[in-house]
Structure formats: C-alpha cells, structure tokens
Design a binder for this molecule. Sequence first.
Ligand code: HEM
Length: 566
Amino acid sequence: MGWQLTVGGALLGLGGLWISYCLLLLVSNYRKARTMGLPIRIIPISHTNPFWTVVDRHVLAIIKRLPFGLGDNNFTRYNFRGWELDDGCRSHDEMGDAFVMVTPGRNWLYIANPEALTEVFRRRADFHRCVELTEILDVFGPSIATAKGQRWRMQRKITASCFNEPTNEIVWREALWLAKDMLHYWSTKSSLTSAADDCRTLSLHVLSRASFGKSFKFEGHEERGTTGISASYKNSLQTILENCVVIMALGTKTIAKPWMPKRIQKIHEAWVTFRKYMTDLYEEEKKAFSEGHTGGGNLMKSLVRASHEETKIGTGLTEAEIYGNIFAFNFAGHDTTAHSFTFAIYFLAANPDVQAWIREEIQEVLGENDEEWSYTQDFPRLKRCLAVLMETIRLYTPVPVAKWTDQQAQILEIGDKVVHIPPETMIIPAYVALHTQPENWGSDAVDWRPSRWVTSTSIPSTLDEEELITPRRGSFLGWSDGSRDCVGRKFSQVEFVATLARLFLDWRVDPVPLGEENMENARERVKTLIKTDSRMVLLLQMLHPERAPLRWTKITDSATDVRRSY
Ligand code: HEM
C-alpha cells in the first residue's frame, strides 16, 4: 500500500506542477496578447497538442453536456483542431477582422481581412511558414516544404521548373486512363461504398506516373493485390503517410531497432521499401542522364536534370533533397486531391442539376473518343469542371496554412488598425470565414454552388464566352498565396478536371436511397453527411463517406438527365 501511495502522490505532484507550468505560460501569453489591442479568447490547452488531439472531441462532448449552460464556453467552442468549420463566420462577426486565441503554447492571431492576408503572404521574410508543422515531411530528407531562406529559394526554383506543361500533359493522360477504369469498376456496383478509397488509389497512381514514370492500372477497392510492385509502392507509401508523425517522433534509426513493437517494425519496413524504390529509380535516372538519354518526363528525371544544371553553377539538390522532395510531392499531392475529389463526388451526387450543368460543357468540348481529348486544347475550355473543384475547396479547404513571426516582432495593418505583433505569434488565415464572407461570396456564400465561379461576357452566352471569375485578392486561399503557394496547384486542377470529364461525360451518380427514403430525402441525407461528418485529421476530409452508398447510371437519353437552367 505504501508504494502505491508514494507513486500516486508523485503523479499528483507532477500533474500539479504541469498545471502550474501551463498556467504560467498562459498568463505570460495573455500579457503578450493584450499588447496587440485585439479581442482575445483564452483556451487552457494548446489545440495542436498531440496528446490532446487524440481525445479532444470526446472530452469536450462530455463537458458540453454539463447542466445549466456550464458546458457552453470557450473551452468547448474553441479547444479542438478544426473548430473553425463548426464556427463558420461567427467569431469574426462577433469580434471583427482579427482576434487572438491565447493558448499555453503560443498565441494564434486569426485574420479574416483579405488585404491584411495578402500583405502577410507578400512579406515572406517577415511571416515565415511554421515549419514545425511541416517537418514531418522530412522523413526521407529535407524538402521544399520545410526549407528556409536561400535553400528554399533554390529548391523552389528547381521544383517549379519540374511542374511544367509536359508534366501537366502526363497528368491529364494518366488521369483519363485511370478514371475510365475507375468508372468501369464503379458502374459494376449497385451500392458503391469505396468511392473515397478509390479516389485515393487514382490520385496515388497519377503521382506514381508523374513522379517516377511508372504507370499502374487502376485497381478498385476489392480488386487490390497485396503483392507485386504496385502493391509494394502503394502500401509502403500509404503506411508512411499514415504514420509520418510516429516516424518523425521516434526517428528513422529508432524505428529500425529489432526490439520495437511489431507495428513500428512494419512502419520501418514500409520506410525501407519506399526508400529503395526511390533509390533504384534515382540510380536509373542518373545513369540514363549520364548516357545522354534525356527524353520522356517525370518529376524524378526533371529533378535530377535540373539539379545537375544547377550544380554547374555551384548549387543543386543533394541526393537526400531529391528523395525529400519526391516524398513531399507524394505527401502533398495525394490526400489533398483525393479528399477534394471525395467531397466533390458527394456534392455532385446530392446536386443532379450541377451534374447536368458540367455534362453540358463536357459534351460540348469533348467528343466520344477520349483518346483524342487534348490537354492543351480541351483543359482550358472545361471551366465548369474546374469551378466544381474551386467551389469544393472554397467550402472544404483541405490544407490549413499557418505562418508565424518567428523571433521578430512585426507590424501589420488589419482594416483600420495598426497591430504590433509580438515574436512567436502564429498567423492564421481564417479560411472558413474568408471563404464564406457574404460581401465577397454573396448571400448564399455557405451553399455549394459551382456556377458562382463562372461568368459570361454576353447574355445569352455560348459556353466559350464563359470565364472563370478571379476572386478578390486574399478572399480565396485554397492553394495559399504569395511566392510560397502550392507548387502543385495546376497539377491538381488538371487531374481533377480530366477525371471529372471522364466520369460525367455520359454517366450520372446518385445516392442509394435507404429504407423508405425517396431520392430527394437521400440527397438531403448526403448533404447532411458532408456537413456533419467532415473533420480535420491531417487534412480536412469526410470521415465516413461509405455511410452514404452511391450508384452510377449510364445516360442513355436526355430524359435520364436532370437539366435546369442557371
Ligand atoms: C487540391 C489539391 C491541393 C491543395 C488544396 C493544395 C494546397 C496547398 C497549400 C495551401 C500549400 C501551402 C502550404 C503552406 O503554406 O503551409 C501547398 C504547398 C505545397 N503543395 Fe499543394 N495542394 C494541392 C495539391 C498538390 C499537389 C498535387 C502537389 C504535387 C504533386 C502539391 C505540392 C505542394 C508542395 C511541394 C508545396 C510546398 C511549396 C513550398 O513550400 O514552396 N500540392 N499546397
């Protein structure tokens, strides 16, 4: 009994010390926050604390149930990752363009003012990317996502030269080829529950072709092999993507130890497999390059070549940086696109009129033979298809961007206020508020309506007179802004548009009604699922899309299609 009391006492003591330490930090951060002269909200636990993120919603759900309104407070409203999605514009309506969230970790300055944010993105040297949040990407070597200063400039220059039109052409072809098989697979299912998983497969296969020049045939959820090179590439990458945090926390040397638990050993095996995959292809490309074979394009080849050119002038990527960047592309380009696809497919299933609207464009621009569909001529004309992606990302922005002031204080004009921002303050673009402000997006800003992105030069207009709108600068930040924006923006747009065009040319998707439901009820249920089931995991995603099964139907005549004028 004696030792239990001692251990219990020690634990209590440690707990008390930890709470006192957090309180001290909170008070110190509160003092700094007050100097900014902005509204303040205080939360007791840092919402990015890795232990807290595991239990946050469960704990808060219990506290919310407390009687007499005791559970209705800033703790339950703000103290979890992704609170913005639930909150919408509310906080900024209450507190204006900017407010500070005080946490024991750092102060988070939320800004919903387009001009101020444009300035933040322009002043890259004052407002840095918070690489603490992206360093999990360095599991194979340093990359553009985490590099700083001169090293980042060199990496960005080389990387940007690889994301070029020949790469986009490859993405277009590969996505069309894969989408055709995905559609075939989907059309055999009377109740499709694997749309999200299949979108991930498609996106991974496009990346494999673009990164390494390796094409893998599409395999639906139930067709997947567990052996062979495609499986080893996919499974290892998938395992690494899902366990980046563990690899980062323990380090690649520690996860290699034979005494590690089986689960960790599996992660290490995946790391070794993927690294070998990259090393073999790197050696292949280097050999081909030294023998003068420069034809055919993929990102690995382009990195080796561009890096070789740069080396002549004394810079260039190291081998570790090439692996780091290839992994960063795979990481940054995989779930971002796949999750956006899943959202879009479900939104389209709930909105047959939008399906008809994009189909009108697809049928006008593209003929029956997809072999003849041209990236250079057809992609720029598929504006309604691109509008579906823009609208989806406007409402469900997958990548949350965070900047910070590092060790310097900064001055920033936010609306009519000049704010003195202390060192070590996080700067957070308030996406949900920015992307739904009625002054920029209209009174129906919270509705998913892709046609808001398309305008026409004349009324009535032909499809070729339609143009995509350019939103007010700083009011749409789906791919970020400034010189450190997404290098894969067009890559993802081409992949999305090609896939959408292939899927919806002559097919439609509907939810499968459950029980006594009619189709209208089923569509409403899908809309509710999107709203209630979307959460920030590593990125924003639907958690359980399989709960709303889908069905694809070939359009045999115009009667099967639902047309409505816009
Ligand atoms: C819908 C799809 C995508 C979205 C919404 C998206 C969004 C973003 C955002 C918001 C950033 C800035 C992050 C920050 O500042 O912290 C970013 C950076 C980046 N993205 Fe994407 N992305 C997408 C697809 C892709 C694809 C397909 C690739 C590559 C194949 C890619 C590669 C990158 C890289 C390498 C960076 C780091 C750029 C730098 O630091 O200079 N992204 N992305």
